[in-house]
Design a protein around this ligand. Structure first.
Ligand code: PLP
Length: 414
């Protein structure tokens, strides 16, 4: 009898459906299995250098040398993570001026990158906001946003963001959808380098959104996974954070150092919340700790030590700022070169939108047939929604990729 029960328990899994593959992982698997030497992966989700390789930044190498020389132990850090890292991340996100005046009111926790920031933030919100509260997410957005909202028990509602005909932000649609959303909703904004569209909001649009956010009593949750990748400048990319906080808004901010420090394998990020006073900050911190304890117990230390050293060592910090500028510039150069190459090939389409966008990603509007042809005939891999990562382009493959894009689109509407 006992034996039979065990067998029955095992058969539980035979009725469980196969989980869908993350779109990026699917591309990576197909790309890796392809033996063609000319293959190109435009589905990469981290920065690549001009030879198509992942980067290890000089600033990060220097920070790791300093850490090695300290002969530190590998004991548990506090549940909230390394305080020196949290403080430095908050200072970077909110800016020196705001930090000097208000750091005592900002609750913060070291998290597992951008994903961890969204998860911890949404779990906290689910615990304390009224049950009917909606999380407003742009359409399209990183699939993690609605997925994590659901897993954390929150309901998400989409707001328009992108106009596929102009390939620009549909600001009128966005504004209307936020205007008609329930008062008191949580609104998720990409602070910069919007994934997957590459379309960022302009400064005057952020200003209008600040007014609307105040009027509607919306709670802004900024996902800043790519600080530095839009303009190459940390302060400019954090414009919306600075604008909202200077106006006294109680924002929530998720930061990741996966991209701008090339630390995606270290899972290093920070979640912070602007509170009204020190007492409130203490309470929020205590709740963050309670939730983090049950999610990951405490965060990994090595990435936090690296990021903290980069941010707090003045010389290494300057070197890092320069390296981020160069990464952002390379991406922007690729955008211009790709647009130019397609024009020179005589493409009947206007690709200029690519050079008006920012960050790693763009939605090309290319259809399924063309995507299949790019993969099968040219060994160029992109996402099934036509999304590409500009980081996959480099001086060695850009002409080839432009030729292939031209060939598959020259006789079609896109
Ligand atoms: C907008 C956005 N948020 C969050 C994430 C999650 O990033 P991380 O790797 O930092 O967890 C990503 C990664 O693709 C992203 O693009």
């Amino acid at each position: 009898m006992h034996c039979l029960k065990v067998i029955r328990n095992f058969s539980l899994w035979s009725s469980v459906p196969l989980g869908s593959l993350d779109p990026m992982s699917g591309i990576v698997a197909q790309f890796n299995a392809d033996n063609c030497p000319q293959k190109v992966n435009l589905g990469v989700n981290t920065y690549r250098d001009n030879n198509g390789n992942p980067v290890v930044l000089e600033s990060v190498i220097k920070a790791m040398q300093i850490i090695r020389e300290k002969n530190l132990d590998n004991e548990y850090p506090p549940i909230e993570g390394l305080q020196s890292f949290i403080d430095a991340a908050i200072k970077l996100g909110y800016g020196d001026k705001y930090y000097e005046k208000n750091s005592k009111n900002i609750a913060g926790c070291q998290v597992l990158s951008g994903t961890g920031a969204i998860r911890l933030g949404f779990e906290l919100l689910n615990k304390f906001v009224p049950p009917e509260t909606k999380v407003l997410v742009p359409i399209p957005t990183q699939t993690l946003h609605p997925t994590i909202a659901k897993m954390a028990g929150l309901q998400s509602q989409e707001y328009r963001y992108f106009d596929p005909t102009t390939r620009q932000v549909d600001f009128q649609g966005l504004f209307q959808d936020l205007y008609t959303a329930p008062n008191g909703s949580i609104v998720l904004f990409h602070a910069c380098s919007h994934n997957p569209t590459g379309c960022d909001l302009e400064l005057h649009q952020w200003e209008q959104l600040l007014d609307l956010t105040k009027k509607k009593d919306l709670l802004p949750f900024f996902d800043m996974t790519y600080q530095g990748f839009t303009s190459g400048d940390m302060d400019k990319d954090a414009y919306a954070i600075r604008l909202f906080t200077e106006a006294g808004m109680p924002i929530i901010l998720g930061q990741s150092f996966d991209q701008n420090m090339g630390l995606s394998g270290q899972r290093i990020g920070c979640l912070s919340l602007v509170c009204s006073n020190e007492k409130e900050r203490e309470i929020v911190n205590s709740q963050l700790n309670l939730i983090a304890r049950s999610l990951w117990s405490c965060p990994p230390v090595h990435g936090a030590r690296i990021a903290e050293t980069v941010l707090n060592n003045p010389k290494i910090y300057q070197l890092w700022l320069k390296e981020v500028r160069l990464m952002a510039q390379r991406i922007q150069n690729m955008r211009y070169s790709f647009t130019k190459a397609l024009k020179e090939l005589g493409s009947p389409h206007d690709w200029s939108y690519l050079s008006k966008q920012f960050g790693l990603y763009s939605l090309t509007g290319i259809g399924q047939l063309q995507i299949n042809e790019l993969m099968e005939k040219y060994h160029i891999y992109l996402l099934e929604n036509g999304g590409i990562s500009i980081a996959g382009l480099n001086d060695n493959n850009i002409k080839y990729v432009a030729m292939a894009f031209h060939e598959v689109t020259k006789n079609t509407q896109i």
